[in-house]
Design a protein around this ligand. Structure first.
Ligand SMILES: [Zn+2]
Length: 117
């Protein structure tokens, strides 16, 4: 359970103290989250090889689909909103969660390939 919290907090998988991201990003100012290349506490290298985070796109895709399905079920079937409101709400939600999904997908990807030696 604690490693799930470490993934959500975007902490280094090696020392669990350093931050993966130096800047969380801000959607209102069109700023993408900025990643540290290495951990500022233990010097763990986050990008194992060039193009390592290409696979994080698939994690991000899965996250977005899960969020969309969950929000459609909640808004359409539990709250009974009309189709237009559901689509508009889902699009706004996906836009607002974009920086969160970017950070979490990369954090999940780093933890998936981390081996504790
Ligand atoms: Zn570290």
């Amino acid at each position: 359970m604690s490693s799930v919290l470490q993934v959500l907090k975007c902490k280094c998988p090696n020392c669990k103290k350093g931050n993966i991201f130096s800047n969380l990003g801000n959607l209102l100012f069109f700023r993408a989250p900025k990643m540290n290349s290495t951990c500022n506490t233990c010097n763990f290298k986050f990008e194992k090889e060039p193009g390592f985070f290409f696979g994080a796109m698939f994690v991000s895709y899965a996250l977005v689909v899960a969020e969309m399905v969950a929000s459609v079920v909640l808004l359409r079937f539990l709250l009974g909103l009309s189709f237009v409101y559901v689509i508009a709400s889902v699009l706004i939600m996906v836009l607002l969660l974009s920086t969160f999904n970017f950070r979490i997908s990369r954090s999940i990807w780093i933890y998936m390939f981390y081996k504790n030696n």
